[in-house]
Design a protein around this ligand. Sequence first.
Ligand SMILES: Nc1ncnc2c1ncn2[C@@H]1O[C@H](COP(=O)(O)OP(=O)(O)OP(=O)(O)O)[C@@H](O)[C@H]1O
Ligand SMILES: [Mg+2]
Length: 268
Amino acid sequence: MAGENPFSHAATRVLAIASGKGGVGKSSVTTNLAIALAQRGKDVAALDADVWGFSMPRMLGISAPPELDDDKAIIPPEAHGVRLISMGFFVPENQAVIWRGPMLHKALEQFITDVKWGEPDYLLIDMPPGTGDVSISMSQFLPRAEVIVVTTPQIAAQSVAQRAAAMSAKVELDLIGVIENMSWFRGDDGKAYEIFGAGGGQELADHLGVPLLGQVPLVTELREGGDTGAPIMVTDPKSEAAQVFAQIAAQVEEIAPRKIYKKELRII
Ligand SMILES: Nc1ncnc2c1ncn2[C@@H]1O[C@H](COP(=O)(O)OP(=O)(O)OP(=O)(O)O)[C@@H](O)[C@H]1O
Ligand SMILES: [Mg+2]
């Protein structure tokens, strides 16, 4: 039997990291932003809702599956100050999972209700690319979620990113900002090379009327860290990219959630 939804009444801020298309760095951003918030002393949990391409266990360096407590509740494993639940813990590697809408809805519900989340200050959600069933389910389970859209700098990517934004409007989630990823590569000569173009993040943020929360450079260590479970926030917190994540975390903390938490509105 599914338990109670702990986020319907807890004062947890839920941040959904979304994008209109794959491969723009959602999982990398979710991982490093979660660690950045934990490094600020916050109690942080993450939910890898990318049921087709779960990558957060690898990025956080978590290989052990969750344990069950005496009540059979799932205890999320923790790394770098972040507790994580991922479909990757429940599905054997390399096994193709074909999810249909109702099954997916049920699985996400279990992730939320059958896990001993505690009362984290933040729950970050790594959303799958696109705007389908998962977004709709998440908005039903976590109606107070705030959406951050990740995009790349080329202007041509914006129509796709706008779709993610339009989706959050449709499901009535608050959009709080844009993060531009892969903004430049800094060569040994110290120069920033804008490999994927420039201006896309700012343009999208302006269009949506939300702040550009940060521009994350393209760095080899970030990719390597994602592959080996050694996130750049931990291995090189003074690096340019890690500093950007730290600044984004500080800004997120300054943004007051617009939907005020009211205990009397509690819905189970
Ligand atoms: N700023 C960056 N510098 C270098 N490599 C990066 C950066 N951001 C992401 N990457 C790499 O690009 C690849 C895609 O990133 P990531 O998996 O985070 O994207 P995603 O949007 O979650 O993708 P998917 O849609 O497949 O879930 C990964 O190999 C990651 O390590
Ligand atoms: Mg991903």
